[in-house]
Design a protein around this ligand. Structure first.
Ligand code: PLP
Length: 438
């Protein structure tokens, strides 16, 4: 059985994460429970830092994509590791600012930023706004003027790259809803020259997620240089930064391939160096926005088996969570592996089962088919690599409560997000009989 490096099996056959027993965690905090391993998060961040340093790149910037997962403790870890944060909404920006995350390390992305969100970003001096479309330029310029500020921007372009990933995870293809067509870049750059409160610093693209080959990032860098050289030759504009986005693929199960971070960053940096030499272009800062590759492997979700059921040709193991705490199998057919956290030493009586959630949807299946030792009600299941896009996409569908999140670190544990309570389901509701008319 493949076991991630941060997990251990006790003599009694209990799964441990960073030295903490999953059975004890489930007893103390109940299930479903998202367990995050702090050491793993920090290791994942360090891998990117080291990769840049080893590649000989002198100016780089890593902004963790908070959409993968963000809460107050995560802000503190990201800040402590001295990297940046990429946000896409006033909500994510609020969480960051509320936790005193340095605004000068925040990049603000999004394909339809609301006026009030842009205002919040500019008022709070975020480092950079990534412009998605031409209309946004005028909005950002106007708001910057109102506050007497000059806002640093990157232009997000559509590089027309199809990175061979799930269609819902592909964002740089020709018909993408994100970014500016590269043909329009010249016109947009000309327009920026007339906007006094904008400072065009560079170009950006996020080609998609679960990218498993460095080649796609190299294609992106080449596309970027086509644009950089055109802007230099035609508009005499020289830019300081290229942002290749996130998307570094990670393996959630044995049939997915993780990208090699060291190889990818090294290849990206040497490709940039080669092109700068070839075109006599100054070396730009290289920015990245990894999300899943920082948080995914740090997360494990614990579930308790609630019922076991045989249908015509399936055996269902139904757990106390599902699509409301992990929508990824429904949304993009994501595949996971699973452990029986209280029976890790079982070697006999394996059978094929389907792990199903408890939502009122036939599609609420966490794992379509897997082989597990014979299970009983109250057994504890652990699905690893569930740190990314699980809690951040969770919902209250069926009135289910969002799980608690606990942080573990070499034998210690602490609650970092409490489990929702029923009262949370009605706190936003208003019940009175005061009708209004226009
Ligand atoms: C603009 C942008 N940057 C970064 C990311 C992070 O991607 P990942 O979590 O796959 O690294 C995303 C994901 O959708 C994105 O849209």
């Amino acid at each position: 059985m493949y076991l991630p490096e941060n997990m251990q099996i006790s003599e009694q056959g209990i799964l441990k994460i960073s030295g903490v027993s999953c059975v004890d965690l489930a007893k103390k905090y109940a299930t479903p429970l998202l367990v995050l391993d702090e050491v793993q998060i920090r290791d994942n961040i360090n891998k990117f830092n080291e990769a840049f340093i080893k590649s000989g790149c002198e100016t780089f910037f890593i902004a963790y994509a908070s959409k993968a997962f963000l809460n107050s403790e995560m802000c503190k870890i990201i800040d402590d590791e001295e990297i940046g944060l990429e946000v896409v909404s006033g909500g994510e920006l609020y969480i960051a600012l509320r936790n005193n995350f340095p605004s000068k390390k925040i990049y603000f992305n999004g394909n339809n930023k609301l006026g009030e969100e842009i205002e919040m970003a500019i008022k709070n001096d975020v480092s950079t706004i990534v412009v998605d479309n031409e209309e946004e330029l005028y909005k950002i310029n106007k708001i910057s003027k109102k506050y007497g500020k000059k806002t640093r921007i990157l232009l997000r372009i559509i590089p027309k790259i199809n990175p061979n990933t799930h269609k819902y995870l592909s964002t740089g293809q020709i018909d993408s809803k994100f970014g500016i067509h590269s043909e329009d870049l010249l016109k947009v750059t000309k327009n920026i020259k007339g906007l006094d409160n904008l400072e065009l610093n560079g170009i950006h693209s996020h080609i998609g997620s679960q990218i498993s080959e460095p080649m796609y990032y190299l294609n992106l860098v080449e596309t970027f240089f086509d644009s950089l050289i055109t802007l230099k030759e035609r508009e005499n504009v020289v830019l300081n930064e290229i942002d290749i986005g996130g998307g570094f693929g990670i393996s959630h199960s044995s049939n997915e391939k993780s990208i090699d971070i060291f190889e990818t960053i090294n290849k990206v940096v040497s490709c940039v160096k080669t092109l700068t030499k070839k075109f006599e272009y100054p070396m730009p800062k290289i920015s990245i926005e990894p999300g899943r590759s920082i948080i995914s492997t740090a997360g494990t979700t614990l579930y308790t088996v609630g019922s076991i059921k045989k249908s015509a040709n399936k055996k269902y193991i139904i757990v106390d969570g599902g699509m409301t705490d992990n929508i990824r199998p429904c949304l993009y057919d994501a595949k996971y592996q699973v452990y029986v956290a209280n029976k890790m030493k079982e070697v006999e009586n394996f059978e094929k089962v389907t792990i199903a959630g408890r939502a009122c949807e036939s599609g609420d299946i966490l794992i379509e088919e897997t082989s597990l030792p014979r299970l009983s009600v109250d057994d504890l299941l652990a699905i690893p690599f569930t740190g990314d896009y699980t809690y951040s996409m969770s919902s209250n569908y069926n009135g289910f409560l969002r799980p608690a999140i606990v942080l573990v670190n070499e034998g210690k544990h602490k609650l970092i997000t409490r489990r929702e309570v029923y009262e949370d389901l009605v706190t936003k509701d208003i019940t009175n009989n005061i009708w209004q008319t226009f």
